[in-house]
Design a binder for this molecule. Structure first.
Ligand code: FES
Length: 153
């Protein structure tokens, strides 16, 4: 299943192939809108032009459906990597920067980090947490306890 890696939020979200990017983001509580969009958006009809996302170059070409006629019209003066989330269907894993019009101080570095190592095809914790090799992983610790009868007391 595709994974959407939301750079600004530092989250990976899994979805079904063909799901609408806006629908997935809203379901997961990820904010797509600046102030104007929060005050009044078109609900996904492609009319308000407030659900911008940036899908950086080189990140999974073909991961989204092709630009719709609405996007070709409404995004004429925007960067080529921008999409309207309400018009885009997710087909494969990809990296997404929400609200690109608001800027992000270290956007390039964060996007590069998000793209490094490729994208997962299933859910992961991201940014990856480094584990201390001396400490057991939480699941391993539980398994060890379960394997030692009589230690529960
Ligand atoms: S929600 Fe209005 S254009 Fe996408």
């Amino acid at each position: 299943m595709p994974v959407i890696r939301f750079v600004r939020e530092g989250r990976d979200v899994e979805c079904y192939p063909g799901e609408n990017l806006r629908d997935v983001a809203l379901r997961e509580g990820i904010s797509l809108y600046g102030l104007k969009g929060q005050l009044g958006n078109c609900g996904g009809c492609g009319q308000c032009i407030t659900c911008f996302v940036d899908v950086p170059d080189g990140a999974s070409p073909g991961a989204l459906s092709t630009r719709t006629a609405v996007e070709e019209n409404k995004l004429r003066r925007r960067p080529n990597t921008w999409r309207l989330a309400c018009q885009a269907l997710v087909q494969d894993s990809l990296v997404v920067l929400t609200r690109p019009q608001m800027g992000l101080a270290d956007a390039e570095a964060r996007i590069a980090a998000a793209q490094a190592g490729g994208l997962p095809s299933g859910p992961t914790a991201w940014p990856a947490q480094e584990l201390n090799e001396d400490e057991p992983e939480p699941d391993q610790e539980l398994d060890d306890r379960a394997a030692t009868p009589g230690d529960e007391a």
